[in-house]
Write a protein that binds this ligand. Structure first.
Ligand code: TXA
Ligand code: MG
Length: 307
């Protein structure tokens, strides 16, 4: 993509736009975020408005380093173990909030979601800003998350003040959210950090290791393309469903990768491509739930439950 007034690769410029009250698209290793300084209430409200997201739907606070996390949240022993093992990285910890965290960020809750992203440009911007930055995925509410700067430009255009282009995201689906608020550790949204890894790092058993997303707002349709997504459990089933549809003149495409990491990497771009090509039905083969497969299954189920 060409460097234009809206798009930059300069983290110093991106940080200055944030510090002057702007909202920007920020690359991370998972998906692009729609960023604002967490303590700037007007900018945070603009993030909700641009996304079209209800104000009671909480935002993740992104920080430059795990040392500053205790200023924002109260991390218990499992949270500290997970932070030490996976930060910076695709892990969000849900913990009790401190007084520093505005209620506008948490949607009125007494917990806060914190993440230290592992993307060189994001880390550079966050350390220049020197405080927490909210960053929900930079898509309109309920739609497919962006994994390139161009996705953001097409979706949000000049509703954002700047797009920081950090190239395609390395992982492709949102971070794993782990709740560490009581005695239990629970995965609220599966991602690149797996349930097995969480159990190993904390020494705790999870009750619902392959559970579906339970973070607020994630129970409804989400990550949804315009096309209908039809889920099947095998490639054979997908091929016969495709022949049957093609016989009836229905435009369909097939979504399948043998490797769950590649599936995650291409998932959102492929759903967008199906819409761009005017496909009516995407036939998606559900991967095995091991490793990244759990996250892909979760996002596909959400994409398929579109109203
Ligand atoms: O990978 C990611 O996590 C990306 C990148 C940009 O960092 N961000 C992202 O943010 O996916 P978002 O807002 O699209 O998804 C965050 C999820 C939401 O479903 C929200 O409900 C949940 O985290 N969440 C945030 N704060 C919470 C809280 N205090 N309590 C419960 N859930 C919370
Ligand atoms: Mg999102």
């Amino acid at each position: 993509m060409r460097e234009t007034g809206l798009v930059t690769t300069d983290p110093e410029h991106a940080a200055s736009v944030l510090l002057s009250g702007g909202i920007i698209a920020l690359p991370t290793e998972t998906v692009y975020g729609l960023a604002a300084v967490a303590l700037d209430e007007a900018a945070v409200h603009r993030v909700f408005d641009v996304k079209g997201r209800p104000r009671n739907h909480p935002l993740i606070v992104h920080l430059a380093d795990s040392g500053s996390a205790t200023a924002w949240g109260r991390l218990n022993d499992p949270a500290l173990a997970l932070a030490a093992r996976f930060w910076p990285g695709p892990l969000t910890l849900l913990v009790p909030k401190t007084d520093l965290v505005p209620l506008s960020v948490t949607g009125g809750r007494d917990t806060v979601a914190i993440r230290i992203p592992a993307h060189p440009l994001a880390m550079d911007v966050l350390s220049r800003v020197g405080t927490g930055v909210v960053a929900p995925s930079a898509n309109r509410f309920g739609k497919v998350s962006p994994t390139t700067a161009d996705h953001v430009r097409r979706d949000l255009g000049t509703d954002v003040d700047l797009i920081l282009d950090g190239g395609p995201c390395r992982i492709g689906v949102e971070s794993t959210i782990v709740e560490c608020t009581g005695n239990d550790v629970q995965i609220l949204r599966p991602g690149a950090v797996t349930a097995a890894e969480v159990m190993l790092a904390t020494g705790l058993r999870l009750h619902d290791a392959h559970g579906e997303s339970r973070a607020p707002g994630m129970l409804l349709s989400h990550y949804a393309p315009d096309a209908t997504v039809r889920l099947v459990e095998s490639l054979d089933e997908a091929l016969s469903a495709r022949s049957a549809m093609e016989e009836r003149g229905i435009r369909c495409s097939l979504l399948w990768y043998d490797d769950p990491d590649l599936y995650a990497l291409h998932l959102y771009d492929d759903l967008r491509a199906a819409d761009a090509e005017g496909v009516s039905v995407v036939i998606a083969v559900m991967p095995d739930p091991a490793g990244m497969g759990a996250a892909v299954r979760d996002r596909l189920k959400k994409a398929a439950s579109a109203l």
